[in-house]
Design a protein around this ligand. Structure first.
Ligand code: PZK
Length: 350
């Protein structure tokens, strides 16, 4: 997988994988969650960073398309009078998959449903720790099972990350300074090491297309105030700790996770976005955990292995877009997503 000096380039929370892009697929400033999305859906399709035309997001009657991330789309519902309902958003998970900072030209069937249903399951598991933004799963038939109607929140301009294992940007910062986001760690840790205690490692959105930038708790406090910063830390660690324990009991290591928190109109801090999915967290098979090098990804390893093998003919450091995935790689990857869902929840995907 990754070369040793580059952070694992597509496992969240490090990559700029979820940042909004324009309706046409062109990168657009993420506006760092400080306000609600408002970019109009007017641009024509253009080349994305891969150089491929990315199709405009699906039209949904009764909704206005607002953003597309690499693998998700964001809509606003319209009221009976045709205006945007300012209180709601529709989050749609597509079957798109990214690897090595590219959206692949091949989708993984059921990935959007798996991630949506997994996130919903986690929201209910976490409901005693933090309220969430979910309103309804009654969504247009085109996106059934892979979309959620949510309350629009005032998002904090901070990526709330918790880490229980060292990888990605956390590993890089540790190697350079012995700290991660200003938190001192003991000497002797290596790629994949388990941390004695999980740590809060917040990040802020860098420029568009760039990866998030690790910051200290103090820097978060400068933006949101010390009390709120401490509350974001507490909630992030509570979510991670609950998720990590449950997943570990089921043979899945949750190395880290990124959550997004916002405030509702009553001033309550609410958990938004998707939660504890393989796109927002590093999932590792517990059985394969071996600190000292990059850990295999639970969900994307077949994709990475094929893309970096001679069979793909692709250079991940070059300018060319990635090639289509072979059918067996698609099917084995689909099976991993389904397996993750079923292993964690104990339920079949319906
Ligand atoms: C919000 N995103 C990320 C998600 C994308 C981008 N409840 C909320 N209230 C206000 N804003 C957001 C949310 C949520 N969740 C989430 N950006 C803004 C995102 C899906 C697709 F393109």
């Amino acid at each position: 997988m990754s070369s040793p000096h580059v952070p694992d380039p597509e496992s969240a929370p490090d990559p700029a994988d979820q940042g909004p892009i324009s309706p046409a697929g062109e990168a657009v400033a993420a506006r760092s969650h400080g306000e609600s999305p408002h970019v109009p859906d007017t641009a024509a399709p253009t080349s994305g960073r891969s150089g491929l035309l990315r199709p405009a997001a699906q039209e949904l009657a009764g909704y206005r398309h607002m953003y597309s991330g690499k693998v998700r789309d964001l809509y606003a519902p319209l009221t009976a009078t045709g205006d945007v309902d300012p209180t709601r958003l529709l989050l749609v998970a597509t079957d798109r998959i990214s690897a090595y900072d590219h959206v692949l030209p091949t989708s993984i069937p059921d990935k959007g449903r798996v991630l949506t249903q997994m996130s919903l399951w986690w929201f209910s598991q976490l409901a005693d720790l933090v309220p969430n933004h979910v309103v309804s799963t009654d969504v247009p038939h085109e996106v059934a099972g892979r979309a959620v109607l949510v309350r629009r929140l005032h998002m904090f301009p901070v990526e709330c990350v918790a880490r229980g294992y060292l990888a990605g940007s956390g590993l890089l910062e540790y190697r350079a300074s012995g700290t991660v986001c200003g938190v001192a760690l003991p000497p002797g840790l290596t790629d994949g090491s388990r941390l004695e205690t999980p740590i809060f490692t917040p990040a802020t959105k860098a420029e568009l297309g760039e990866h998030d930038e690790n910051v200290t708790l103090e820097q978060v406090a400068d933006v949101v105030g010390a009390d709120v910063a401490e509350e974001l830390r507490r909630l992030t660690l509570a979510v991670y700790t609950r998720g990590e324990q449950l997943a570990r009991d089921r043979g899945i290591l949750l190395a880290d996770t990124k959550i997004e928190l916002g405030r509702d109109d009553d001033g309550r801090i609410v958990l938004g976005d998707e939660v504890l999915t393989p796109d927002s967290s590093r999932f590792w098979p517990a059985a394969g955990w071996a600190p000292g090098g990059p850990q295999p990804s639970y969900d994307k390893q077949f994709v990475r292995d094929w893309l970096t093998s001679p069979a793909s003919g692709w250079d991940r450091h070059g300018d060319a877009p990635p090639p289509p995935l072979p059918e067996d790689v698609v099917e084995r990857t689909r099976a991993k997503y389904l397996e993750a869902y079923e292993t964690l929840t104990g339920q079949r995907l319906r």
